[in-house]
Design a protein around this ligand. Sequence first.
Ligand code: AMP
Length: 133
Amino acid sequence: MATIFSKIIAGDIPSYKVAENEHFYAFLDINPLAKGHTLVVPKREVDYIFDLDDEELAAMQVFAKGVALAIQQAFPCQKVGQAVIGLEVPHAHIHLIPIQRESDMIFSNPKLKLTDEEFKAIAAAIQQKWSER
Ligand code: AMP
């Protein structure tokens, strides 16, 4: 059965897309730790990130780098933090989170409650920077 992220990539479930290429897809996390919190996923359905082929993992990281630069341009921050957890959704994904301090990366922190309009505006701002690269 397809993962929820495969359904998102296929367009069967809506998402706030920020970037895409042939092999990878980036969209806003629906329970964000910060404005701009983004997930990067491979289109190929693999559960555990370290089961990806070397080339695929390297390409995913390079794709994530471009997305991180776009996030930082759209949402100025100290750095964009990167994390991999993957205990909830069995489809490899990298979290990219604009941070000001270490504690901004704590996943048990309260999540932001954003409206549909806010999510759309955030995604559009990152997508704009992504397309200007
Ligand atoms: P984890 O697998 O522990 O890295 O957590 C999965 C992440 O995916 C969580 O941060 C969720 O908020 C996020 N998530 C789950 N379903 C969706 C969805 N439909 N759209 C966007 N983000 C999602």
